[in-house]
Design a protein around this ligand. Sequence first.
Ligand code: GLN
Length: 204
Amino acid sequence: MAEPLTSADAPRPRIGVLAMQGAFAEHVRALEDSGADAFELRTEAELAGADGVVVPGGESTAIRKALDRCGLLEPLRDAVAGGLPAFGTCAGMIVLADTAPDGAPACFGVLDVDVERNGFGRQVHSAERTVLLDGAPIHAVLIRAPRITRVGEGVEVVGRLDDAEGEPVVVQQGGTILAASFHPELTDDRTLHRRFVAMVRAAG
Ligand code: GLN
């Protein structure tokens, strides 16, 4: 009788980490730890070989410009709009989002949330907070983090700050788009990377 697949021998999806700017090397490591074959993604040909993509944090306007320069802006937006699984963290969430109220031209409009850049205020340029992810606490690093100001109907809030307001900081749209306001690649907790790898496997 066939043994059930354990996570060790489940297929390893190929996940491209957009390597324009920001903390991409840490994402590559976190994805490898989480059961994926991760690679740095810079070209349209590499995008064609990806089962999923991560858009890391950094500076959303700089990421947008770099995408434009590499001719990746439209191919990436079209691929994600067409169902290629995507995980955006911090600036990466801004890139996937619908709109940012400061008119920043960074947004792809593929994730039905609005965001406010640097929305946690000047005092929270960088902060360590507890986030409840499906109710379970994880440690989160927020760096000039975007605040989610509107959550569309088809978007599920999966993570909230563990305080009285319980602000949403992790959202999922359908089976393919995941986004976090913070930097999960900067801690050892792999919960979100494992979740995304599972989404990519299920979509494939
Ligand atoms: N504040 C940045 C922006 O607006 C995001 C910061 C980050 O990714 N750590 O793009």
